[in-house]
Design a protein around this ligand. Structure first.
Ligand code: MGD
Ligand code: MGD
Ligand code: MO
Length: 768
């Protein structure tokens, strides 16, 4: 008998889609009809919704169930889980929250819960956990993000705002009409434009980039790998030693100055502190001119190439873009500041098609023409205790309660964390030096996690509550980088006993007496309507009409028109630097910052400066660990999400993450294409499958992130998770961002049998 097929519109961070349902099961996720470039990541979804890795019932770690806060915390990740009913689980969590709040105060609860969660304005797990904890008295949160944390805290000092890093930069329409030369630091990897936070109706970036290439814009890609040049694009590739872009930018700026090609007027009228920075460039005080030849010795790009690129940029309308990866490195503030300073020397900031940009090649929708109206979202409310740590200082916080740390001109103290509550994130994916995180993870008395799957973080928790996926609930979604608002309709009943995060927190709030503050009297249906209505009224205030909710829900989409005018970053400031002054102390672009000078941070000087990272190929240390590890975003999934899905599994080698390296480096180590290899340094080691690739420059190893962490006490990680190798070190005392791109390693052929991957085996379960 033929089962009737039903179809439900929905949305993910990797794009809008229609869920096809047969007999109560999702059998396919078809791309949204109006998406010109849907992501193949959709292929993994149906299988993951019904995966044996779903958390079916609430589960409590056996040791914790017996001994509560006195349990053996080293057993996390090894202990069995005992499945319990919802009422028991909710009582355990509510009682434990109450105990910790009473005995140790709100500061003892860590609810930063960093992570991308899933698309949808209501059911965004990280927002919900914060809303719940905030309405219950507060918790310690996390400031900034792993994506562009260094930029977020540096840029306000330099240009008065961080919004350009989000991709709100001179739009593509304007670039197509005016840009002649596009210098792409970090390249334009289209694989990253499959994704945008909140999800997109339209994958627009790939089409814009293709159009730009057809329009004759000259692209120069500066990156350690040629794979950052979009396939089929006639771009010039300049290989660069990782983490040395600042030196190259300084070498270009020096050349412009030395040859009188700088825009002295712009530097005078729109910038502050050029004289001080010029002394550094020219070596007035340290005797070291930051010339192209000086830069060449650091970054490995020939001096002539650097000087020629500078001259070429001065001759024509030039855009300088940096991917986010450049600032996810030790001293990651510097390349961003240097790129703005270089653009200032060229004097094209605020002109059509010129200046600087961020985020092209990092995310879908950067620079896509779109009115500046917010995406649909629920408020997390305000945190009554207002306490946050810099996002990537997680392990430091857990390991060193009471210790002081510097952050953007202030000194904070780490709280004494007793309870960690995580929903919508996977720290055993996102954090650096995971062996160190494993030690830190033993500090809290209790760890509560909501997830839909037995992720590495869920299996290292004490109490795991099963959350529904997007397909099991109703929502409204959209992204600030996309023109669509999308209805997300419940396609199937909750899998197993899973519940919506929203409802789990509602019940917990009811037990603790703050349900009304948490729900504001609304259930799912009322919230979806309220979030839509709120977004629609924002759009109407900006002059765009939107249908009423019922029409939108019936249609499945609503669409924002393209704006009439091009967006040119800092156009008004360019035209009138007094009337449209920037939000910096001087009102201008700060090439030297008195505020940062006052901080007195040796690792973030008051002007764009070349500082060698702690680990890089130019250092003596490179002799012990001769290869620079680039751990970039995975093409076949979003972070760790869908790693067990079909697309991601197809791309593994020997069931593990691929390790791409230059054939010369492989040969020197007796490694052949397809070999099983061990990647290692002093922090850890993991297994992976070698892929020889001459698009990777010698001295560099590329591993994508996302393989579910499979380290088991013995520290060999079996699945190829590069975060056992990366360093847990802030970008600087200014931003304290994630510096994952700064790590040296070595690679060797794995001899003998390989231990099997166990990341996709669900943990042992017992029934209460
Ligand atoms: N080495 C290295 N490390 C990096 C990076 C790097 O470049 N190199 N990049 C960093 C960056 S930029 C980022 S943004 C981070 C990403 O780090 P994360 O955002 O933590 O990674 P995700 O895998 O997206 O984790 C989201 C988790 O939420 C769960 N989830 C999804 N939907 C729901 C839901 O509705 N309810 C609940 N309860 N859970 C849900 C998923 O199953 C998953 O476990 O990684 C960082 N780590
Ligand atoms: N498919 C997919 N897309 C994604 C994501 C995903 O998980 N999957 N994650 C999304 C998220 S959360 C984020 S934050 C963005 C991240 O966006 P990015 O941070 O831009 O992405 P990465 O892949 O880390 O790095 C991009 C490229 O930068 C190059 N690179 C690395 N280090 C250096 C350097 O020192 N100098 C130069 N010149 N180049 C360098 C690498 O070769 C790499 O291919 O991606 C988003 N897009
Ligand atoms: Mo990110």
């Amino acid at each position: 008998m033929n089962q009737p097929r039903q179809r439900f519109p929905s949305l993910s961070h990797w794009g809008a889609f229609t869920a096809v349902v047969e007999g109560g099961r999702v059998v396919d996720c078809e791309p949204f009809a109006r998406d010109p470039a849907p992501s193949p990541i959709l292929r993994s979804m149906a299988g993951m919704v019904h995966s044996p890795l779903r958390v079916a019932r609430p589960a409590v770690r056996e040791g914790w169930l017996r001994q509560r806060e006195g349990s053996d915390r080293a057993a996390r990740g090894h202990d069995r889980f005992v499945e319990v009913d919802w009422d028991t689980a909710l009582t355990l969590v509510a009682d434990e929250l109450a105990r910790v709040r009473t005995q140790h105060g709100h500061d003892a609860i860590f609810g930063g819960s960093y992570g991308w969660s899933s698309a949808g304005g209501l059911h965004h797990a990280r927002t919900l956990v914060q809303r719940f904890l905030h309405s219950g008295g507060g918790c310690v949160g996390q400031a900034g993000n792993y994506s562009w944390g260094a930029a977020q805290f540096l840029l306000p000092h330099v240009i008065g705002t961080f919004t350009p890093v989000t991709g709100r930069v001179t739009d593509w329409r304007n670039l197509l009409a005016h840009t002649k030369l596009f210098i792409a630091f970090g390249g334009l990897p289209l694989r990253n434009t499959q994704v945008t936070s909140g999800g997109a109706g339209e994958h627009s970036s790939a089409a814009w980039i293709a159009q730009a290439a057809r329009a004759g814009i000259e692209f120069v890609v500066i990156s350690p790998t040629r794979n950052d040049v979009p396939e089929g694009m006639a771009a010039r590739w300049i290989p660069i030693r990782p983490n040395t872009d600042t030196a190259l930018m300084l070498g270009m700026a020096h050349t412009l100055l030395a040859e009188g090609l700088h825009d002295a007027d712009f530097l005078q009228t729109h910038c502050n502190g050029f004289e001080a920075w010029a002394r550094y460039l020219q070596g007035t005080d340290d005797g070291v001119p930051k010339s192209a030849a000086w830069a060449a010795a650091i970054c490995g790009v020939e001096a002539d190439t650097i000087a020629e690129l500078a001259r070429s940029a001065a001759r024509q309308r030039t855009l300088i873009n940096c991917t986010w990866s450049l600032q996810r490195a030790h001293h990651g503030e510097q390349p961003y500041w240097a790129s703005i300073a270089l653009a200032a020397v060229l004097g094209q900031i605020g002109l059509p098609g010129g200046g600087f940009a961020f985020g092209h090649g990092s995310v879908n929708g950067a620079a896509t023409p779109r009115p500046d109206v917010a995406a649909p979202r629920l408020s997390a409310g305000t945190n009554p205790i207002g306490r946050q740590i810099p996002v990537a200082r997680l392990a430091d916080m857990l390991l060193h309660p009471g210790q002081a740390y510097d952050f953007n001109g202030r000194t904070g103290t780490y709280p004494d964390t007793r309870l960690v509550y995580w929903a919508g994130g996977n720290p055993f994916h996102h954090h650096q030096d995971l062996n160190r995180l494993l030690r830190a993870w033993q500090k809290p008395e209790t760890i509560v996690v909501h997830d839909s799957w037995w992720t590495p973080t869920a299996r290292r928790a004490d109490i795991v509550l099963p959350a529904t996926t997007t397909l099991e609930r109703n929502d409204v979604g959209g992204s600030s980088r996309d023109r669509y608002l999308l209805a997300m309709k419940q396609a199937i009943a909750p899998v197993g006993q899973s519940r919506n995060d929203f409802d789990i927190f509602r019940e917990l709030a009811a037990r603790a007496g703050h349900e009304a503050a948490y729900t504001e009297g609304r259930d799912e249906a009322a919230w979806v309507r309220a979030i839509y209505d709120n977004t629609a009224s924002n759009w109407r205030a900006a002059g765009f009409d939107l249908p009423d909710f019922d029409t939108f829900w019936a249609n499945g989409t609503a669409e924002l028109p393209e704006p009439e005018r091009d967006m040119v970053l800092f156009e008004a400031f360019r035209a009138d630097p007094q009337a449209a002054a920037l939000g910096t102390p001087s009102g201008r672009i700060e090439l030297h910052s008195a505020a940062i000078a006052r901080f007195g941070y040796a690792d973030c000087p008051p002007q764009p400066t070349w500082l060698a990272p702690e680990e890089w190929l130019g250092a003596d240390g490179a002799r012990q660990w001769p290869l620079h590890l680039i751990s970039s975003q995975p093409a076949d999934k979003l972070h760790s999400q869908l790693d067990a899905g079909v697309l991601s599994r197809e791309h593994k080698l020997h069931d593990r993450q691929r390790v791409r390296l230059n054939p010369a480096d492989a040969q020197a180590r007796g490694i052949a294409d397809g070999d099983l290899v061990r990647v290692f340094n002093a922090r850890g080691h993991c297994l992976g499958g070698a892929t020889l690739d001459d698009a990777v420059m010698p001295g560099v190893v590329v591993m994508s992130t996302g393989a579910w962490f499979d380290g088991h006490g013995d520290d060999l990680e079996r699945h190829g998770n590069p975060n056992v190798l990366t360093a847990d070190r802030g970008t600087s005392r200014l931003a304290q961002g994630c510096s994952a791109m700064t790590a040296l390693v070595d690679v060797a052929r794995w001899q003998g049998d390989a231990p099997p991957v166990r990341a996709f085996d669900a943990p042992a379960l017992a029934t209460a």
